[in-house]
Design a protein around this ligand. Structure first.
Ligand SMILES: NC(=O)c1ccc[n+]([C@@H]2O[C@H](COP(=O)([O-])OP(=O)(O)OC[C@H]3O[C@@H](n4cnc5c(N)ncnc54)[C@H](O)[C@@H]3O)[C@@H](O)[C@H]2O)c1
Length: 301
């Protein structure tokens, strides 16, 4: 019962793998490079026991080889908004073609379900209900959702595509919306930090996302579903206020334009499809993030 986690070297995947290992599941990671740093940070020494295959998610033969012998696939490999803005063609190869390769591998193996990662980036700056992305990243994610519906219609492969908004917590270090996590880390480490976007966003604590993926893996599902994880709308001023409640002298500021997604997104159907999903308060999530970095000192500090 090996679970394939693509992009297993990344932030969200590390937290999902933590839950899978705690359940005693065998995990195989597929990633472009073997870098266990984040996995070590989040799961500790158990990171060494995870099987690790390297390859390119956009290459059919790499993905097929990675999926062989697995019983389930959780697809997390992808590049984030800034990468797609800089390199739209390669961004499409990784985020869109890569997702198609995962569904093709599932089809070849006779898997009945795929769990994959879309994004709240499918929404644009004007409407939090009808997907109308203004970024390449959001456009590729929306196309993945359409492809997932086609795989169900054509081949009966069910799926859940998650649309998290700004995921934060220990280990979130990259991407345009890493600011709230990096602010908590900087405060814990006594460093100055400027959150590089203004306004508000929907904050989702990373272990809530991991728990939802775990629930999706365990649940029988039929159909091609997409679920919003719209998070708790929170301004960056409030993020800093909460962090200063724990670290009064935190040197934090805000600069830059707002994100290209409205902060108040549709909550959608997640409670129907995955009843009982967690929603950690922003106060608790930021407290857990500050506490984590207080006990995990800056490397070489
Ligand atoms: N972090 C968030 O707030 C957030 C929100 C919504 C959706 N997502 C989506 O969740 C997924 C994971 O995000 P994350 O924040 O953990 O990102 P991350 O950058 O930490 O992890 C992505 C992983 O994918 C791997 N990868 C990239 N290109 C690859 C390729 N060609 N072949 C194989 N592996 C490749 C990377 O090496 C990395 O380990 C992505 O699909 C992202 O779009 C993230």
């Amino acid at each position: 019962m090996t679970v394939l986690v693509t992009g297993g070297g990344g932030f969200l995947a590390a937290w999902i793998i933590r839950r899978l290992l705690a359940r005693g599941r065998a995990v195989r990671v597929f990633d472009q490079a073997e870098n266990r740093r984040l996995l070590h940070l989040i799961v500790g020494p158990a990171a060494d026991q995870v099987e690790w295959l390297r390859g390119d998610i956009a290459r059919a033969e790499d993905v097929r080889a990675a999926a062989a012998g697995t019983s389930a696939i959780i697809h997390m490999a992808g590049v984030l908004t800034p990468f797609c803005a800089e390199n739209p063609v390669r961004g499409a190869e990784i985020n869109l073609i890569g997702t198609l390769q995962v569904f093709e591998a599932a089809r070849a193996l006779g898997h009945r379900k795929v769990i994959y990662t879309s994004s709240a980036g499918v929404y644009g700056p004007d409407d939090g209900h009808s997907p109308l992305p203004h970024t390449h990243y959001g456009a590729f994610k929306l196309a993945c959702e359409g492809a997932a519906r086609a795989y169900y219609a054509d081949h009966g492969i069910s799926s859940i595509g998650f649309r998290p908004f700004v995921v934060y917590g220990p280990g979130r270090e990259s991407g345009g919306s890493a600011g709230p996590s990096l602010a908590a880390r900087a405060a814990a480490w006594g460093e100055a930090y400027t959150i590089p976007f203004s306004g508000a966003s929907g904050l989702v604590y990373v272990d809530d996302v991991a728990a939802a993926y775990e629930a999706a893996l365990l649940r029988e599902i039929d159909g091609a579903h997409v679920v919003n994880m719209s998070g708790i709308p929170t301004s960056n001023e409030r993020v800093i206020e909460i962090i200063r409640g724990m670290v009064p002298d935190a040197r934090l500021s805000i600069a830059g334009p707002p994100l290209t997604i409205l902060p108040d997104l549709d909550i959608g159907n997640i409670a129907t499809i995955l009843p009982g999903v967690l929603q950690t308060s922003v106060e608790d999530g930021l407290a857990a993030t500050v506490a984590f970095y207080r006990t995990h000192a800056k490397p070489n500090a």
